[in-house]
Write a new protein. Structure first.
Ligand SMILES: Cc1cc2nc3c(=O)[nH]c(=O)nc-3n(C[C@H](O)[C@H](O)[C@H](O)COP(=O)(O)O)c2cc1C
Length: 238
């Protein structure tokens, strides 16, 4: 199986350790590709809108964005990690997610995303783990992913992994290993079930595209939906 990991920080801190514990369960059988932000997607979206209007390959940062996208589309399991920074995902993670605005359902979602599974690992000192995960979950859901598992940790006081007491480390290990074992047991030859929330987003976007297409059949997003057959009877899920 293939796993693509997007890390919201380059720091080899606590979030990194959590992710390593999770991946331990897959090391013997999975092909794992990791991205570290901001290193692997260093530029901000400039708001030029060219990805929406003309195509993602014309983005000034296409070299970085398309490399990550290819890897996400090829993966069976997507893993996103981020510590909480002021109650949210790191700026580097947000900057990368902005680059994928064109993959949101009202634009040109990738059909492959609808069958994928994802795990989000977040951690914070006191509060903000859930809202951090939500930042990432929002994008994944609007990309078409239904099967999203969130694992959040609250460290309370320790920021240095080496200073965290062994009992607490063992409890993190237990939780992460248990989620990893469940994720490993999945038959990845079968796509994940597409849930009602994602389907509702799809049908709302389909209505939008149908009406935009009536006004301008040459509209980039409409042409994409039409080519995929989604304006007609085809659906991106099985
Ligand atoms: C800029 C910044 C903002 C932070 N904001 C929060 C926060 O809102 N809530 C919280 O509990 N911890 C916050 N923290 C603490 C980090 O989440 C915590 O130190 C975490 O363990 C860092 O993970 P790392 O070791 O992987 O870098 C913040 C840290 C930084 C650097």
């Amino acid at each position: 199986m293939k796993i693509t990991v997007v890390n919201g920080t380059e720091k080899h801190g606590v979030t990194y350790r959590m992710k390593e514990i999770f991946l331990e369960q897959f090391r013997d059988e999975a092909e794992i590709t990791e991205y570290y932000l901001p290193r692997d997607c260093p530029a901000f979206c400039a708001g030029c809108m060219v990805c929406f209007s003309k195509g993602q390959h014309l983005c000034k940062d296409a070299e970085f964005v398309q490399k990550i996208e290819k890897s996400l589309l090829e993966a069976d399991l997507l893993v996103f990690t981020s510590p909480a920074y002021v109650f949210h995902a790191t700026g580097a993670m947000k900057a990368m997610l902005d680059h994928f605005g064109y993959r949101w359902m009202p634009h040109r979602p990738a059909g492959e995303m609808f069958g994928k599974r994802a795990v989000i690992i977040t951690q914070c000192l006191g509060a903000g783990g859930k809202s951090t995960a939500k930042d990432i979950k929002d994008s994944l859901s609007w990309w078409g992913v239904s099967s999203i598992r969130v694992v959040s940790f609250r460290l309370l006081s320790d920021v240095d992994w080496n200073k965290i007491d062994e009992k607490r480390k063992a409890s993190f290990q237990k939780k992460l290993s248990s989620v990893a074992k469940k994720m490993r047991a999945i038959d990845y030859s079968r796509p994940a079930h597409t849930g009602l929330v994602v389907k509702a987003k799809f049908y709302a976007a389909r209505m939008l595209q149908t009406s935009l297409g009536k006004r301008n059949p040459e509209y980039t997003d409409y042409k994409y939906w039409k080519e995929k057959g989604w304006i007609d009877r085809a659906r991106p899920w099985k």
